[in-house]
Design a protein around this ligand. Structure first.
Ligand code: MG
Length: 385
């Protein structure tokens, strides 16, 4: 039985991960669960999965949890609590399902503790890709991608000589605004942006899909995860979200991974790797995958894609600045404090005004994160002046 922990268990990926462990009953023991403050969902999870250790970052929320379900487990709070779940002894696999820069520390701690990591958090590789990959190699730790695109590339590359690779091609659904004009996109409301045609995801990732910023982050992630130069990573819009990504080989052959758009599939592969098991996801016949389209992304309409990739190419602290700036901007948009059209403007201003030097230590990243958070918060408060 594989013993697993989930950091960010109450979010969209965390909940699907638990579902998968339930389907594959007898294969997994859920040892630890950690979340930020959603004690109501955590209460349901505690009752259903009986973890030995639970961490809720918010102390008040942890008290509410105990009031509701008792304390038949070891309870921890604060960042230390989260780190403890990420490094529990006798755990084989740690799923990092947290959204945003909060995923970085637990990812690093889990790797340091020698755990296999199933990584759904984009920001850790975006902000600290070099550090994380180096650390993983040093500790002999495997990082298994959970994101559908990276899982696809991972599956296509399996057992292949990297010298045969011409490039990788990440597919993007194009989000809910694919067929709108630039003018229409700029007036988008929260409700429009959350209405993703193919995937049901958390708010942050949904908004990032609507701006295509998400795909820029995924390019940076792929660069680190697979050690592939930026020149060899392409993005193509594929609205049906059936081809989850492709690789192109030097002899002009493309190899792709196709599956229904259901996160349970890549999550299950990360959990059971290198084995495969039957899934509970909808089954399709090939003829149902009709009219698959592949379109060149329009960077005029979706400037965030290039802004993110450019930050990746710059390297150092640049991806941290752009990723944290986006996090703050997207939250402001969700809270109706920033118009959709200003998201790329905020990113550009952050890059322009904040110095992006080299990373000499992990602390540089946390410092830059705070500086960016403060800068962008006051930028938005001041009406972007
Ligand atoms: Mg993705």
């Amino acid at each position: 039985m594989k013993r697993i922990c989930i950091i960010g268990s109450t979010g969209s990926i965390g909940r699907t991960t638990l579902q998968v462990t339930k389907w594959l009953s007898g294969m997994f023991k859920v040892v630890g669960l950690a979340c930020n403050r959603n004690w109501m969902i955590m209460a349901e999870q505690v009752i259903e999965y009986a973890p030995e250790v639970v961490a809720i970052r918010d102390k008040e929320a942890s008290e509410k949890l105990v009031k509701l379900v008792g304390e038949d487990f070891k309870l921890m709070t604060g960042d230390e609590g989260i780190m403890e779940v990420a490094t529990l002894p006798d755990v084989d696999l740690v799923v990092i399902a947290v959204v945003g820069s909060a995923g970085l520390r637990p990812t690093i701690e889990a790797i340091k503790a020698g755990k296999t990591v199933a990584l759904a958090n984009k920001e850790s590789l975006v902000m600290a890709g070099d550090i994380i990959m180096e650390l993983a190699e040093e500790r002999g730790v495997r990082i298994l991608p959970v994101d559908s695109e990276h899982s696809a590339i991972f599956q296509c590359l399996e057992g292949r000589d990297i010298g045969e690779l011409d490039k990788i091609v990440l597919t993007a659904s194009g989000g809910p605004f694919l067929n709108l004009s630039k003018n229409e996109i700029e007036k988008a409301t929260l409700e429009n942006a959350l209405n993703h045609p193919q995937w049901r995801m958390g708010k942050k990732v949904s908004i990032d899909s609507a701006t295509l910023f998400n795909k820029g982050l995924e390019v940076i992630e792929a660069h680190h995860l697979f050690g592939i130069p930026y020149e060899k990573i392409d993005v193509v819009i594929h609205p049906q979200s059936i081809v989850h990504s492709l690789i192109k080989l030097v002899d002009s052959s493309y190899i792709a991974q196709l599956a229904p758009s259901d996160m349970a599939i890549p999550i299950q592969y990360a959990l059971t790797y290198p084995q495969r098991y039957e899934s509970r996801s909808a089954d399709y016949e090939m003829y149902e995958f009709n009219n698959l389209e592949f379109i060149k992304p329009d960077t005029e309409k979706f400037p965030c894609l290039e802004i993110a990739i450019e930050a990746g190419k710059q390297g150092g602290l640049c991806p941290t600045v752009v990723s944290v700036a986006d996090e703050v901007a997207v939250n402001a948009f969700i809270e109706d404090k920033l118009g959709f059209r200003y998201i790329p403007i905020v990113l550009e201003k952050a890059i322009e005004n904040i110095e992006c030097g080299r990373i000499t230590d992990i602390l540089d990243i946390f410092e830059k994160e705070e500086e960016t958070r403060n800068f962008v918060t006051s930028l938005i408060k001041g009406g972007l002046k």
